[in-house]
Design a protein around this ligand. Structure first.
Ligand code: KG4
Ligand code: ZN
Length: 344
């Protein structure tokens, strides 16, 4: 079965074709980063309009790349949430209109399930069961994953997500949107030993996180430097970037490895945009190997939002008999939607 999948929950338009037997056949992505940069963050209305502009040319591009025509497609999948309402509606209405015109069934997909299963697109793919650290711009969760659709939440952030902590701290350091990759790059030049930032909830005894205090700590450190030195140099900013990145990575690593230990499992999967962070990757691999555990990541270009993970999650749900294809042309999107709602 060949599934055409759409992702449009935020600022990336993603389209892909996945075959339930052969895997990923082709995928295409348009990132709106350059467009939103001038505003310092995603402008929802602009995001929706740009998805409209991109979705048809990307569909043609992906089908050509896969050597397929619409007549070869068996079902159309789309991100039904969570995400920006208008942006979700573009992908969902396009996918459902296309399906309706071609008499095809549709498959609504939970965006986080897409991220969660995306490491299965890498080689070697992890086997079930595993513990997953899901770290994106909007979510930070630790889950136990026993199979497709079998998700148990072990812990999550009580306020800001890890990606949000990167982005907000980066903004305070004067870095362009999106802050995560920019802060990580600046941190390479920084002295990580100079500034100590708090690691909230590290010893809370559970697997929950709290990152909202970090941006305040970064702001306080900046003000202190300004007061003491009358100026803030590029080196100051780099040192603070290094301290911020290490604080976030430390908390994520310590909590996810504790969860892994408690589960008795030996496989940790990292997914979501922050999973592209080099320090998080190397630190987790080193620490996990000390426990005899292996860490799995999605292919680096599939860490941030993309259509491949959506088409793939749909294919996995169909393959495992969890989701039946829907011939009803009506649809709805859910800007807020817990992953556990799609668990079996
Ligand atoms: O998963 P994603 O593409 O979108 C959401 O579903 O939210 O994640 C985007 C987040 C942003 O906060 C971005 O700053 C962060 O992932 N990110 C990074 C890196 N690349 C992306 N954070 C730290 N280091 C990176 N290399
Ligand atoms: Zn995402």
């Amino acid at each position: 079965m060949k599934i055409l999948g759409y992702e449009s929950s935020c600022d990336e338009t993603g389209v892909a074709v996945v075959c339930t037997e052969q895997g990923l056949l082709a995928h295409g992505l348009h990132s709106q980063i350059a467009m939103h940069r001038a505003y310092g963050g995603v402008v929802p209305e602009l995001a929706s309009r740009d998805h409209i502009r991109r979705v048809l040319p990307l569909t043609e591009q992906v089908l050509t790349e896969a050597g397929l025509s619409l007549d070869d497609i068996d079902a159309v999948a789309y991100t039904a949430g969570p995400g920006l309402n208008g942006a979700l509606l573009v992908g969902a209405s396009f996918a459902c209109s296309l399906a309706w015109a071609k008499g095809l069934p549709t498959l609504p997909v939970h965006h986080l399930e897409g991220h969660l299963l995306s490491p299965l697109l890498a080689e070697p793919a992890p086997e079930f069961p595993f513990v997953a650290l899901l770290v994106s711009g909007g979510h930070t969760q630790i889950m136990q994953v026993d199979g497709v659709g079998q998700y148990t939440l072990l812990g999550e952030t009580l306020d800001d997500a890890a990606g949000e902590a990167f982005d907000k701290s980066a903004k305070l350091l004067g870095l362009a949107y999106p802050g995560g990759p920019a802060l990580s790059k600046l941190a390479e030049k920084g002295d990580v030993t100079r500034i100590q930032l708090p690691r909230p909830m590290l010893y809370s005894g559970d697997f929950d996180f709290s990152f909202s205090g970090l941006k305040t700590a970064v702001l306080t450190a900046l003000r202190k430097m300004e007061k003491e030195q009358n100026t803030i140099t590029d080196q100051d900013r780099a040192d603070l970037a290094a301290a911020t990145q290490t604080a976030i990575v430390d908390v994520l690593a310590i909590k996810s490895l504790k969860a892994l230990k408690q589960s008795g499992l030996k496989r940790l999967v990292v997914a979501g945009g922050v999973g592209a962070n080099c320090l998080l990757r190397t630190h987790l691999v080193t620490e996990a190997s000390k426990m005899g555990a292996t860490v799995y990541f999605p292919p680096i270009d599939l860490c941030t939002d993309n259509g491949a993970m959506i088409a793939f999650a749909a294919a996995m749900r169909v393959k495992h008999g969890i989701q039946t294809v829907d011939h009803n042309a009506s649809f709805k999107v859910q800007p807020r939607w817990d992953l556990e709602a799609v668990a079996i």
